[in-house]
Design a protein around this ligand. Structure first.
Ligand SMILES: Cc1cc2nc3c(=O)[nH]c(=O)nc-3n(C[C@H](O)[C@H](O)[C@H](O)COP(=O)(O)OP(=O)(O)OC[C@H]3O[C@@H](n4cnc5c(N)ncnc54)[C@H](O)[C@@H]3O)c2cc1C
Length: 302
């Protein structure tokens, strides 16, 4: 397993933001993954880093990356995937096998671990729809446990894994058979839709910044509140999607948090709705960043 010290994490994140991490582990097998999880006490597990804002101050602790845990198998309608398998790859491979259910995963770079943790979803589908069971590492007991879908407490962008007690090792899904042209057609429509409103990863971003409030859309509220004109020296709101922040080059985590607070305040002022961050902020914070994050986050999450 590769272990990197004082590792500049920013190039692994889709925001291209993040300072030095004291130690980063890249397990290459389930055995190595389990071994390092048992050995360490304090750590953050990350997949594609496509839903995180990593502090530019870095992190004086351990990060375990699942990027090398790429094993998957398609057997009949069943799909078995390790934590680090990328959603778009599984979307393509299951489409080729005539299996429907993962078409939504085509347009964003999440790993299966991150997707299950966040209950990732789009275009009316989500990761929990076809999940059967998972194996997880319990950080308190340091044991591997098997959990059925009903035990994972899925809700919008939330699962039992969001609480930080469990690490996803492996997941099993059961998809539905469908004509290949139908699946491929849906994949292409999903991609086209994304291209029309979202920045590509060549323009660093981390997807939606805020969660949708119940029965409404954060993007719609932000747009109506006029945030598309918000443009700071290194970050700005994306022109065709008011819930996306893009890094214009050289941005820091403080830049993103500053813009998030501006967006949050704009919606709060106009609608008295307090948006909740979808993005997860991690790493060592400065006092200023802690202050900004507290405005956005405190006592609002589950
Ligand atoms: C262009 C773009 C478009 C996007 N569109 C969507 C969308 O349509 N729908 C959507 O839901 N999301 C979207 N996202 C956000 C993001 O891709 C998803 O939230 C994805 O599920 C995150 O997966 P990840 O592997 O990148 O997780 P990371 O960002 O690496 O981590 C996110 C969280 O998951 C935890 N985690 C990661 N791996 C594990 C594991 N093995 N066990 C336990 N916890 C783990 C981390 O600790 C962290 O708390 C988009 C992002 C981008 C950049």
């Amino acid at each position: 397993m590769q272990i990197k010290e004082d590792f500049e994490i920013k190039n692994l994140t889709t925001y291209k933001i993040g300072g030095k991490v004291k130690r980063v582990y890249f397990p290459e097998s389930q055995a190595e993954f389990a071994e390092i999880l048992r050995e360490l006490n304090e750590y953050i597990v990350l997949g594609s880093c496509s839903n995180v804002l990593f502090s530019s101050n870095g992190y004086s602790g351990n990060v375990i990356m699942t990027t090398e845990l790429k094993q998957y198998e398609i057997r009949g309608t069943k799909v078995f995937a390790s934590a680090g398998v990328k959603g778009p790859l599984l979307a393509q491979k299951t489409a080729e096998a005539g299996l429907s259910g993962f078409e939504f995963m085509i347009g964003f770079p999440g790993s299966i671990g991150g997707d299950v943790c966040m209950n990732a979803g789009a275009h009316g589908q989500c990761i929990s729809d076809n999940l059967v069971q998972v194996s997880v590492f319990n950080r308190e007991t340091k044991e591997v446990e098997y959990k059925k879908k009903s035990e994972l407490e899925f809700s919008y962008r939330h699962s039992i894994l969001s609480g930080g007690k469990y690490v996803l090792l492996h997941a099993e899904f059961d998809l539905k058979r469908a004509p290949q042209e139908e699946i491929q057609g849906l994949i292409e429509r999903n991609l086209e839709f994304r291209k029309s409103i979202q920045p590509s990863l060549a323009t660093p971003n981390a997807g939606s910044v805020f969660k949708n409030p119940e029965n409404d859309s954060a993007g719609r509220l932000l747009d109506k509140a006029g945030v598309k004109t918000f443009d700071l020296p290194r970050v700005k709101v994306w022109d065709s999607h008011a819930n996306f922040i893009v890094n214009k080059g050289g941005a820091t985590s403080e830049d993103v948090l500053t813009l998030m607070v501006m967006m949050y305040n704009a919606v709060k002022k106009q609608y008295t709705i307090e948006l909740k961050p979808e993005i997860i902020y991690i790493g060592d914070r400065t006092e200023k960043e802690e202050e900004l994050w507290n405005i956005l986050y405190q006592k609002k999450q589950k």
